[in-house]
Design a protein around this ligand. Structure first.
Ligand code: 13P
Length: 254
């Protein structure tokens, strides 16, 4: 089975003390993961080393960054590079979250550069895609998401795609309390997998974990994750609560 992943995206939340407490509470829950399951924690940059340390004895619990810069080093004040993240034992990097696209003008081309710099530093991208409400209402979401994937990822070789996680996050469902229905998620995930299959073949397409993101909570995770092409979730608000996120981890397929 491809990896089933519960990924926490803390976004720009929590002080150091709060981060400490949340990581301790999660580690204390001691939720055991199967070989095919992982839990990923995308914490703010200052907490990466702390998170790695707190989770080091929890098998299958990994740390992610929420972003990285396109260049490997140099005079780019305030940026964080992929080699820096790799040297801090970070396994994954969220690339192209809709908040970065919207507030920091990241476009499909910038994101293709970020994907490249991650892969050349052995970091696995959690590549986000997803449409706005206007696009969904216009019924053109499939083509829109396909273009996001093609313009940022399809220059890669099949062997590089195996290192990818895709997160489908419809913007209208992020932080709104309004989830896509499990059927809407499944429909888009099947489409995404099909787009990969057409370019890279079925074997590669079937190996990619595709996560759903957008108001995933403990009370809807099981239904959404139960769909055949949904391999877990990328979770914002509900990942800031240890009990809630613990239940979400336990909703993964096994
Ligand atoms: P919420 O779970 O808060 O809707 O956020 C989703 C998200 O953006 C995860 O990256």
């Amino acid at each position: 089975m491809r990896k089933q992943i519960a990924a926490a995206n803390w976004k720009m939340n929590l002080t150091l003390q709060e981060a400490n407490e949340l990581l301790d509470s999660i580690a204390e829950k001691n939720i055991q993961l199967s070989e095919d399951q992982i839990a990923v924690f995308a914490v703010p940059f200052p907490y990466l080393l702390l998170a790695n340390d707190k989770l080091k004895n929890s098998k299958g619990y990994l740390v992610a960054a929420q972003n990285c810069f396109t260049k490997e080093s140099g005079a780019y004040t305030g940026e964080v590079s992929a080699p820096m993240l790799a040297s801090c034992n970070v396994g994954y990097v969220i690339i192209g979250h809709s908040e970065r696209r919207e507030y920091f003008n990241e476009n499909n081309f910038t994101l293709s550069q970020k994907v490249d710099v991650c892969l050349s530093n052995n970091l696995k991208p959690i590549f986000c895609c997803g449409e706005s409400l206007a696009i969904r209402e216009g019924g053109t979401q499939n083509g829109y998401v396909e273009t996001q994937l093609k313009e940022s990822i399809f220059h890669l070789e099949a062997s590089q795609i195996e290192n990818f996680v895709i997160a489908y996050e419809p913007i209208w469902a992020i932080g709104t309390g309004k989830t896509a229905s499990a059927d809407q998620a499944q429909e888009m995930h099947a489409h995404i997998r099909n787009v990969f299959a057409e370019k890279y073949g079925n074997e590669v397409a079937n190996s990619i974990s595709i996560l759903y993101g957008g108001s995933v909570k403990a009370n809807n995770a099981k239904e959404i994750f139960g769909k055949p092409d949904v391999d877990g979730g990328l979770v914002g608000g509900a990942s800031l609560n240890a009990s809630e996120f613990g239940l979400i981890i336990q909703s993964l397929k096994n």
